[in-house]
Design a protein around this ligand. Structure first.
Ligand code: BGC
Length: 761
């Protein structure tokens, strides 16, 4: 059930009024990040009300022992957790001995704004303290897009009707916990702490994996613009360091505290250097000053928006929704480092462990290809290439041989972290998405050298997995794929899931085609790959061909539809409309047994295949399958609506497309699923982008040309977006009648609108 809480605005997310019950949700929505680190919108000052403290560093995780009911051979022993890391934002305040704590004081005129254009978070309120003293508070913070290891805060106070003494305690704190820790363990051990006048630096290490992180702070204090010299008290203990100073404040004057923090990790620096690197970065930040840091940061954001913005005229909520999605995707992954990826919750919460799922390849890649460019997108692929040895080990653990690879369902470093047999061992379609992403990237950028350099090794290993995963059925005289879970996780351990088998068959064909392509490109490299992978060309190719031709794909002749799995039609056939709304989501109201036996579908399954491989099917086939499966689909995964929007728009079902679009684009802003407090649905935000660009813009890549079939929902006057394609940037602008695509660069590029092709110069 959706609700309107935030103010509609094209560039800002605005919360007006203080409602402690919403604090955790707002902490998620107003999160900041820069690809290197992220911070929930926790308060700087002490807050004893309900909240989820979260400060995360990309790539820093903890392998927590898992709790499972019954251990199965082949299970991994840990679940990777994105770690709540050093609290660098903290500034405690006490006014004449009374702590400023929004859970304890009276709060008026509370306003929180996430400015998506500039990537800044601001907050203002008036606090009424004991004895009627009133204090106006205004804060502004950002995590620098330009200096990835720097965060900065301006914390301003104005006593409205009193004078007195305010004590400030800026601090750094590694003494933090993860709420999702399985055994209530602390994951950080202190290494060093140093504290000085107006500065502190400390480091800590994670247990087990020994990641080291150092944080440093500097701060300065101004009274109405005048710099004040301070003589703070210094304090430190294991994992913690602070300064405390007191200022005598006067009515009507404004006091600004600027805090600069550096957070660095052993992923990017040697452990020995961390303390000095952090200290120097914080010192440089303060010397350059808040204004300069902010200017750099907003200039950087402006350049990112220049490439990625989508403009919707005529629908402010839709505009705000899509910008929020783009903003969050951009601050989650910036693509300089192939060791990083996109967790389903990004840097906004602990759920899903911050790890990588098939979400990246199946949903996120197109956004980064078109909005962030080739290098960023390529790093997402190289991430999986680098994990290939672990994917081979993972398959070996399950009994596969000869260089077959099974990529993990959930991972940080290539190792499987998922522990439910029906998903870990059976939801193997993820392997297909990883191969599909290679195809998708090469189709988009025409970068065939990627196949020779990286892609082919991955494709061979994935094809080998499928070749061993199927078995010959004497009864059917065909290959079958038994015991799998498709994308629809409301069915487990089914036989011949159409989507899984179809993508397996496609992977085998694509691997064979890619071998031929690399042979044409670079014979020496092909020999190298064959040697490295011990590939027996004749034997393996012949076996793959046989499987391609003889793989069983369940189909219902009577209705002309692909069967989600064999015997799907034996289930009692009902549609979502037959369900009492009070029973939805069924995953919160029904027993798992009941869900498994029902015909209801969690997310696109057959339709996921039709979305990926649209060109393999005629429109009527897509329509028949859509008409059959969509009414049975409950969209209880946030990844579901977007695929349906793209297909619905393709089939001219615009009302359906718009209805489902709203569910995806404002999922978190309007808290449709009542779970925004746990964090944002980052990977499904890329699905929103797909809905707009591939759904309403109808964008497809065909033979090196970009095709559009624009179809605007009712109420939208105009849809415009920029796309990086063919070495140039295109401005695409679609109205209700007039459409335009403009080449903003110098490279020629082929574009078609409604089938009419033109070369744009
Ligand atoms: C979905 C998966 C998805 C995962 C993480 C699950 O609810 O069913 O497809 O990979 O969430 O987003």
């Amino acid at each position: 059930m959706k609700e309107k809480y935030l103010v509609a605005d094209e560039w800002n997310i605005i919360e007006e009024g203080w409602d402690p019950a919403r604090q955790e949700g707002s902490e998620s929505i107003f999160s900041l990040g820069n690809g290197h680190m992220g911070q929930r919108a926790n308060f700087e000052e002490q807050y004893t009300g309900k909240h989820l403290q979260g400060s995360y560093i990309a790539g820093i995780y903890y392998p927590d022992k898992t709790r499972v009911g019954w251990w199965k051979n082949g299970y991994p022993d840990y679940f990777a957790k994105v770690l709540n890391s050093v609290n660098w934002i903290g500034i405690n305040l006490s006014i004449d001995g009374e702590a400023l704590d929004l859970a304890k004081v009276k709060v008026r005129e509370f306003r929180r704004i996430l400015n998506m254009k500039t990537g800044t978070l601001s907050r203002s309120f008036t606090a009424e303290l004991h004895g009627g003293r009133e204090l106006k508070v205004e804060t502004l913070r950002f995590i620098s897009m330009k200096r990835k290891e720097i965060g900065a805060i301006r914390y301003s106070l104005t006593p409205l009707n009193f004078e007195g003494s305010i004590s400030y305690t800026p601090y750094l704190d590694f003494d933090v916990v993860n709420h999702d820790s399985n055994y209530d363990e602390q994951f950080w051990e202190g290494v060093e702490e140093h504290v000085g006048t107006q500065k502190a630096v400390l480091s800590a290490r994670t247990k087990k994996l020994d990641f080291h992180v150092a944080a440093a702070m500097r701060y300065e204090f101004f009274e109405d613009g005048k710099h004040i010299t301070l003589y703070p008290e210094m304090e430190k203990r294991a994992r913690y360091a602070q300064n405390t100073f007191a200022a005598t404040v006067e009515e009507g004057k404004t006091y600004h505290l600027y805090k600069y923090a550096a957070v660095v990790s052993s992923l990017h620096h040697t452990k020995a250097a961390l303390i000095s690197v952090a200290d120097n970065l914080a010192s440089d930040a303060m010397n350059d000053g808040f204004r300069q840091l902010l200017d750099e940061h907003t200039t950087d954001w402006a350049a990112r928006w220049e490439k990625s913005d989508i403009m919707i005229e005529g629908d402010v909520e839709a505009q705000q929704g899509i910008r929020f999605n783009i903003f969050q995707l951009t601050q989650t992954y910036t693509g300089e480092d192939a060791r990083l990826n996109i967790g389903p919750k990004g840097f906004t919460g602990e759920k899903y462990g911050g790890s990588t799922y098939w979400d990246t390849e199946a949903y996120c890649l197109p956004f980064y290809m078109a909005s962030a460019g080739q290098e960023v997108a390529k790093n997402l692929l190289v991430y999986r290439y680098n994990h290939l040895p672990k994917a081979i080990e993972n398959a070996e653990k399950l009994g596969f041989t000869g260089g077959a690879a099974l990529y993990p369902m959930v991972t940080m470093n290539g190792e499987e972290c998922h522990n439910e047999w029906e998903i870990t061992f059976e939801e193997i379609h993820r392997n297909g998405a990883i191969a599909y992403a290679i195809y998708n990237y090469i189709r988009y950028f025409g970068d065939e050298t990627y196949l020779a350099d990286y892609g082919l090794e991955v494709l061979i290993a994935i094809a080998r997995f499928w070749a061993q995963r199927v078995n010959w059925s004497t009864a059917k005289q065909q290959y079958v794929m038994l015991g799998v879970t498709g994308p629809n996780e409301y069915e487990n351990n089914v036989n011949n899931n159409w989507y899984t088998s179809y993508i397996a068959q496609w992977c085998l064909s694509y691997a064979l085609e890619s071998i031929a392509q690399v042979e044409e490109l670079d014979k020496t490299r092909l020999t190298e790959i064959f040697d490295k992978t011990a590939f027996d060309r004749e034997k393996e190719s012949e076996q793959w061909q046989h499987i391609i031709h003889k793989l069983y794909l369940p189909y219902d002749e009577a209705q002309g539809i692909f069967l989600q799995q064999e015997n799907y039609l034996d289930k009692e056939q009902r549609t979502a409309e037959d369900l009492d709304p009070g029973e939805r989501p069924i995953n919160q109201h029904w027993s798992w047994d009941r869900i498994l036996r029902s015909c209801f579908i969690k997310q696109a399954d057959v339709l996921q295949g039709l979305y990926f491989f649209e060109e393999d099917f005629d429109r009527e086939t897509v329509r028949r399958n859509f008409d059959f499966y969509e009414p049975r689909t409950l969209h209880e995964s946030s990844l579901s609506p977007c695929v349906h929007v793209v297909l619905a728009a393709y089939l001219d079902k615009m009302e359906k497309a718009y209805e489902l679009y709203l569910r995806t684009s404002r999922l978190d802003l309007d808290d449709y699923n009542r779970e925004v407090h746990e964090g944002l649905h980052i990977t499904s935000m890329a699905g929103t982008w797909l809905s707009v660009v591939e759904g309403f813009g109808g964008m497809r890549v065909r033979n090196g040309a970009l095709h559009f079939t624009p179809k605007l929902p009712k109420g939208w006057h105009k849809l415009s977006f920029k796309i990086a394609f063919g070495g140039t940037t295109l401005l695409c602008s679609f109205g209700r009648e007039n459409h335009m695509v403009k080449n903003l660069g110098v490279q020629k590029v082929k574009v078609a609108i409604n089938g009419k092709e033109a070369q744009l110069v």
